[in-house]
Design a protein around this ligand. Structure first.
Ligand SMILES: [Mg+2]
Length: 288
């Protein structure tokens, strides 16, 4: 199924939208805040370089991680795990699959995310690989390490996700469930902790790769400053057991700016965001 844009080209978008894009809206915030973020993912060599840096470093760390049986990357790993078979846990969206075309379609069509358009995109199974991801998954598999794909895509989307991953050459074991989707089991909610527990129950988790703090530990509901504190708390994990990719187009970092309050409309969310702009110092955080 080929994609048919509503308007064809961004230049055909309503003049008011284009004016808002160029000159900013009433709050002086950009009307299309995802434009630069989406273009960065789609066009910037710098994005590609960052992703490759993360994955190439992770590949180089795999042998030592494999050989240290006392090591685990999962906070949920309990009890004796030294004899468990090795695994890595990777998130799917914006970690191994690049959904920036979906974001581009939203911008071109003047739309915002909704579950129906997202489901349609997922069903296409046409996402390309995040740069470096395929090399990492392949390297892990070649070392006898099982790759678990832990995603908040719905269980009804597992087949399309498998199709997409396999079409790109990602290793997907068929002798065990390695695509762990949201709702697949009653306890597998959007918080990924129960699924990390499930993997840690059968495998030693060498590394985790994601583009959102929630891919590593449950930070649902934390404020901006609390997210910063917890990130610093696990300083030793980053670039060693935990590997973070850039996710500039959406994520819990963005929802934290408007307290994940879905009662707020788009303008109100932008107002909350603008309050976080700090003209003095990057490290200053609003008191919550
Ligand atoms: Mg993700």
């Amino acid at each position: 199924m080929s994609y048919q844009p509503l308007r064809g080209k961004l230049s055909a978008v309503a003049p008011a939208v284009m004016a808002a894009l160029v000159y900013g809206c009433a709050t002086s915030a950009p009307a299309l805040p995802n434009l630069d973020a989406t273009l960065w993912v789609q066009t910037a060599a710098e994005y590609e370089a960052v992703s490759r840096s993360v994955y190439e470093s992770a590949i180089r760390s795999l042998p030592s991680a494999l050989n240290d049986a006392t090591r685990t990357a999962a906070l949920e790993q309990q009890g004796s795990f030294t004899d468990l078979p090795p695994a890595v846990i990777v998130d799917v969206d914006e970690t191994v699959l690049d959904n920036s075309p979906y974001q581009a379609r939203l911008l071109i069509d003047g739309q915002v995310y909704d579950s129906a358009s997202w489901a349609s995109w997922v069903d296409e199974a046409s996402a390309e690989a995040v740069p470096g991801a395929l090399g990492f998954a392949t390297a892990a598999t070649n070392l006898g390490i099982t790759v678990f794909y832990l995603t908040n895509r719905l269980s009804s989307q597992e087949e399309a996700t498998r199709r997409n991953l396999e079409s790109l050459g990602f290793p997907v074991r068929d002798d065990m469930d390695v695509i762990l989707t949201r709702g697949e089991r009653p306890e597998w909610t959007g918080a990924k902790i129960s699924r990390r527990q499930a993997v840690a129950g059968t495998h030693r988790v060498l590394m985790m790769v994601g583009d959102d703090l929630n891919d590593f530990l449950d930070v649902g509901g934390l404020t901006v400053s609390e997210r910063s504190e917890v990130t610093a708390l696990y300083a030793d994990y980053w670039g060693d057991r935990w590997w973070m990719l850039p996710g500039p187009t959406y994520g819990s970092w963005e929802r934290a700016l408007w307290d994940a309050d879905y009662d707020l409309d788009a303008a109100e969310r932008i107002e909350r965001k603008v309050e976080y702009l700090d003209p003095e110092t990057r490290t200053q955080r609003l008191e919550q």
